[in-house]
Design a protein around this ligand. Structure first.
Ligand SMILES: CC(C)(COP(=O)(O)OP(=O)(O)OC[C@H]1O[C@@H](n2cnc3c(N)ncnc32)[C@H](O)[C@@H]1OP(=O)(O)O)[C@@H](O)C(=O)NCCC(=O)NCCS
Length: 171
């Protein structure tokens, strides 16, 4: 299963796929963008694997990562959405977001994140979605708070002290 595009005032959102390789490759290759992202910068081959995993997730689960594109130009702003976390106890599904530098500080992660999260509750049948941030990554913490996440605890994840966040389905 895939998904129809979603829209916000300034963005159009499409399921992330192998077609996004060149632009996502540039995004994941930027060391400033990836400073707080698990694993840091990715090679083109690693990005290819991430995009293949994203396609598999959309197919198997009916939810996944979205490419966030400029509604006017179609250019890639970043990616955000749900993905599996295979090795974090009690947190099987993570919400995350990665935007290219020139788009930071304009409210775009919050704008796209709201719509992605609202849509995710329709697609995902669990009651909890988690997020993980580096305690120094103020911007991503602010976005999560604005989306309604709350901090659960500080935990050692992949050898780093990280903040674990969650949001619960409202019934
Ligand atoms: C985290 C990230 C997605 C935020 O995106 P963004 O579109 O710039 O965020 P927004 O413009 O919606 O801003 C959200 C809040 O963060 C604050 N913020 C943005 N950049 C900030 C910075 N460098 N330092 C402190 N606060 C910052 C904004 O002021 C805003 O808070 P406010 O409304 O209280 O003023 C973006 O910085 C990014 O892609 N970073 C690199 C990848 C990354 O770290 N992803 C998260 C991994 S967990």
């Amino acid at each position: 299963m895939s998904a129809s595009p979603l829209r916000t005032e300034r963005t159009i959102l499409l399921p992330l796929s192998a077609n996004d390789l060149d632009e996502v490759g540039a995004l994941y290759g930027d060391d400033e963008v990836m400073a707080y992202v698990d694993g840091g910068v990715r090679t083109r081959e690693q990005t290819k694997s991430t995009l293949a995993a994203a396609e598999r997730c959309w197919k198997a689960e009916g939810w996944g990562l979205w490419a966030i594109r400029d509604a006017e130009t179609g250019g890639l702003i970043g990616e955000a959405g749900l993905q599996h976390l295979f090795d974090v106890d009690g947190a099987p599904v993570e919400f995350g977001f990665t935007l290219s530098k020139r788009h930071w500080g304009k409210g775009l992660a919050t704008e796209a994140g709201h719509v992605i999260l609202m849509d995710a509750w329709e697609r995902f049948d669990g009651d909890l979605i988690h997020a993980i941030t580096d305690p120094e990554n103020t911007a991503s913490g602010r976005v999560l708070l604005k989306l309604g996440f709350h901090q659960v605890e500080t935990r050692l994840i992949h050898g780093e002290s990280q903040l674990l966040w969650e949001i619960q389905r409202i019934r």
